[in-house]
Design a protein around this ligand. Structure first.
Ligand code: GDP
Length: 451
């Protein structure tokens, strides 16, 4: 699932590697690639449009984060937007406070509802619940038998109308709404804590089916209404989802058949157009081919960059945003870069020290790799000691630091004068570079404004 989308996006990000800063043209080219990849994956046009325009806007306004290079920034933005589209946080089943938790399944015929009923009940049972299934699909021949087979395999009881029975009470055989209500009542009496109600679907959206589903919903007042959708139905997914959302106002989505060679677009579209979360994924015909859906994990699977995303997160955490913003403002105001700033920068790098090893493994970390390799944490302590031995005036105007001042500073910080000299030399180089950057251009990177 999502394989080709994943390949395409990864290739797009690869093209950005090594770029110092993204121009508007770079961003546009990237967004265009993302748009094509999504459309080819069958994501609905309206969703693609909204998604890419958000990516573009955020990439251009880029949250300048000193910790990330441009390609990592785009990966981060795309990842966050993907998670958002897939429903944000992992959404679990809302259990009823009293009485059984009622879960109603809705969706087209063949979507995978009956199979899901088995999977879900087996999964719930493994967690210590005692689910019961209710067969309300009286439309499709064999649907009731199919649910009974599934129930048997999952080891859970199935409430089903008895064909041929006559009394109103024990077989509301012809009326799915009555079967649903009777099933829930039975679950309540037999103290099942979860009851899963399977309903009838049709091949296409159909007013009568929707009306029936709506009446069942009104009769049993479920805690969750799960809309099951076949991931392979492509662009039709959006219309189907909207019709069901309007008809039964479902509370969550189940993507079935994610194991197929589905291009995955349905998954992204359905959650986005309905604003409802994807809660489960069905990935095969077996009862165990089923998982709780985690939007964040799915997004990183799509981006095929799980490790990189973790690194991005950690780098961001270590990076002090206030300090970075302070430096950016300094550049903008063309203020002098002082020894205090120098020290602050070193400390920033120290914050990232714990990640040194991990960062070294990172693709695209070439920019900082050299710095990291040469980096000795003890060095920062020495720098700090030296800077702290300077007067405030010396820190902002290091030019006045003559021979006797150097000797005093060396003595105060317990280092050799040559180390003070070395520090002042490195500082002078850094200051020169900062000045160049502030004037709008890093050496070798024409047109790069500010940081
Ligand atoms: P319903 O009409 O909505 O109840 O759909 P069913 O549960 O009867 O499923 C229709 C067909 O899809 C059956 O042949 C199932 O075995 C198959 N199916 C259901 N879920 C999955 C899935 O996640 N992956 C695959 N490959 N097949 C599935």
């Amino acid at each position: 699932m999502f394989n080709s989308l994943s390949d395409r996006l990864t290739a797009t990000f690869k093209n950005l590697r090594g770029k110092g800063r993204l121009s508007e043209a770079d961003v546009d080219a990237t967004v265009r690639e993302i748009r094509r990849a999504l459309l080819d994956a069958d994501v609905a046009v309206s969703v693609v449009r909204e998604f890419t325009s958000r990516i573009r806007e955020r990439a251009l306004g880029a949250e300048v984060s000193g910790a990330l290079n441009p390609s990592q920034q785009i990966v981060k933005i795309v990842n966050e937007e993907l998670v958002e589209i897939l429903g944000g946080e992992t959404r679990r089943i809302r259990l009823a406070k009293t009485g059984p938790t009622i879960i109603m399944l809705a969706g087209l015929q063949g979507a995978g509802k009956t199979t899901l009923a088995g999977k879900l009940s087996k999964w719930l049972k493994a967690q210590g619940h005692s689910p019961m299934l209710v067969a309300c699909d009286l439309q499709r021949p064999n649907a009731v038998t199919q649910l009974q087979v599934v129930g048997q395999r999952a080891g859970v009881p199935v409430f089903a109308p008895h064909p041929g029975a006559t009394s109103e009470l024990d077989h509301p055989a012809g009326d799915p709404v009555a079967v649903a209500s009777a099933g829930v009542e039975e679950a309540r009496q037999k103290l099942h804590d979860v009851v899963i109600v399977d309903t009838a679907g049709r091949l296409g959206v159909d007013a009568e089916m929707m009306d029936q589903a709506r009446r069942i919903r009104q009769a049993i007042i479920p805690n969750e209404v799960l809309f099951v959708i076949d991931s392979m139905i492509g662009q039709d997914a959006v219309n189907t989802a909207m019709a069901f959302d309007e008809g039964v106002n479902f509370t969550g989505i189940v993507l079935s058949k994610l194991d197929g060679d589905a291009r995955g677009g349905a998954a992204l579209s359905v959650a986005s157009v309905t604003g409802k979360p994807v809660m489960f994924a069905s990935t095969g015909e077996g009862l165990d081919d089923f998982e709780l859906f985690h939007p964040d994990r799915m997004a990183s699977r799509i981006l095929d960059m799980g490790d990189v995303l973790t690194l991005i997160e950690q780098a961001e955490k270590a990076w002090d945003k206030d300090e970075a913003a302070r430096m950016a403002k300094k550049f903008a105001d063309q203020e002098d870069f002082t020894l205090d700033d120098f020290l602050a920068q070193m400390q920033q790098i120290r914050n990232m020290g714990s990640m040194k090893k991990m960062l070294m493994m990172m693709p695209g970390a070439q920019n900082i790799r050299q710095q990291l390799e040469n980096f000795d944490e003890r060095e920062i302590d020495r720098v700090e000691a030296i800077v702290r031995s300077m007067t405030p005036h010396e820190r902002v105007a290091p030019k006045i630091i003559n021979g006797s001042r150097r000797a005093r500073i060396a003595k105060g910080s317990g280092v050799h004068v040559s180390e003070v000299n070395g520090l002042l030399e490195r500082f002078a180089q850094a200051q020169k570079m900062m000045k160049k950057m502030a004037q709008g251009g890093m050496p070798g990177m024409p047109g790069m404004p500010g940081m």
